[in-house]
Design a binder for this molecule. Structure first.
Ligand code: NI
Length: 404
């Protein structure tokens, strides 16, 4: 299993997406109307620096997360934060500061700062708005994400199940009077490598693709008004597949994630793979303290070593895969999924992890150790179908365990 630690940092900058050698029409097709912003336009960026390595058995950490912040902050201050990227950062005098290129440059600048540490930088994810983000991986691959929002009505049912079976599997969502969601779909485009620094998907192409999806799905009754879905099970899994297939008619897309709520999503990947993800929070107190001297503990954990403790509202997210049932259109019973993850965290609710939970009698309750202790608690209740478990200690510190 692979463990990663992700540190979230913010910066603000201006930029112009523009290639000098191209005509105005070519720039417009590639970058959209913002290409005409002669002196740049701005974004509040959120960057995630993702590290992998082995957990030190004494400290319970991959590496000291405050060290990550210190080193990466310097990279942001020097070349990115409160800059006009095209002029202030020499990388962007030759290639446009697209989300992908900024993510790549952040990775290139930050990776050497961790070459002598136990953990290595493996990816840099950059979000520039609710609609647009990109990831650069240490392997040289790039992913571009575009988000689409739409609202729609539906009755969650499968025409291949009996009325009783639909009622049992989908509960209130099977009501014949329907219900609705504000959906958010993430379209992910990938490339093996990106030597040109030019966009994977042109603005004009993604816009026309999003426009046709909106036309088909937005403010529609999914059971009755979307021709391609007639006689299909109307589940989040099938909707994700439908969107994936629609986009694939025009563009090379790798996968689609569809949120029907901020804490619940389905994914459909190339190769007919399905995933479901659900979040559940729990609140607990803890204190970071290892089998070291008091001075060493204070130096290592800082304020997290406070003798009287402190606490968090932890957020967990479980993602499962496994066999997709074509008859019901479901990967797993939603209510059973919800019950399983609630039961997994319930015994830890409102407890002091180090003083009251067995798993932390002999090891510090770091994010790394918490996510590893939670894995079997989730997986055993999910029929061994867990493929990824995420834990946010705060919005800035995320710990992820995944099956390879
Ligand atoms: Ni803490």
């Amino acid at each position: 299993m692979l463990l990663t630690v992700s540190k979230r940092l913010e910066f603000s900058a201006s930029r112009r997406l523009f290639v000098k050698e191209w005509s105005e029409a070519e720039n417009l097709a590639a970058f959209g109307p913002e290409t005409s912003a002669r002196y740049g336009t701005g974004r509040n960026y959120v960057a995630y620096f993702i590290f992998s390595g082995t957990v030190d058995p004494t400290t319970g950490m991959l590496m000291n997360i405050s060290e990550i912040k210190e080193r990466v902050d310097q990279v942001l201050r020097d070349g990115f934060d409160h800059k006009f990227l095209n002029e202030d950062n020499k990388t962007f005098t030759t290639i446009p500061p697209t989300t992908e290129n900024i993510a790549r440059q952040l990775f290139i600048d930050a990776a050497p700062l961790f070459s002598s540490t136990s953990a290595q930088l493996v990816a840099c994810h950059l979000s520039e708005s609710e609609e647009r983000s990109a990831t650069y991986f240490g392997t040289g691959t790039v992913e571009s994400n575009y988000w689409l929002e739409f609202s729609a009505a539906r009755q969650t049912t499968s025409p291949r199940l009996t009325a009783e079976e639909n009622q049992k599997l989908f509960g209130v969502a099977a009501s014949p009077f329907g219900h609705g969601h504000n959906y958010r779909a993430r379209l992910t485009f990938g490339s093996d490598s990106d030597p040109s620094g030019l966009p994977l998907v042109r603005f004009a192409d993604i816009q026309s693709c999003l426009e046709s999806l909106r036309k088909e799905l937005d403010h529609k009754n999914l059971n009755q008004e979307v021709l391609a879905l007639i006689d299909q099970a109307i589940t989040t899994e099938n909707l994700a597949r439908h969107i994936h297939e629609r986009v694939r008619e025009k563009l090379r897309i790798g996968r689609v994630r569809l949120h029907e709520r901020s804490d619940f999503f389905a994914e459909h990947w190339d190769g007919e793979k399905y995933f479901l993800g659900m979040q559940i929070p729990f609140s607990a107190a803890h204190r970071l303290h290892a089998a070291l001297s008091d001075e060493e503990n204070l130096a290592l954990y800082g304020k997290c070593n406070n003798p009287l403790g402190h606490g968090h509202r932890y957020l967990t997210e479980a993602t499962i895969s496994g066999p997709f049932d074509e008859r019901s259109g479901a990967l797993m019973d939603f209510a059973a999924f919800q019950t399983a993850i609630a039961e997994a965290v319930q015994p830890w609710e409102d407890k002091h992890l180090d003083l009251e939970i067995d798993e932390f009698r002999d090891k510090p309750s770091t994010g790394e150790n918490i996510v590893q202790a939670l894995w079997p608690r989730f997986d055993s209740r999910l029929d061994g179908r867990l493929v990824r478990l995420r834990l946010w200690e705060t919005a800035n510190n995320r710990f992820t365990l995944r099956k390879l």
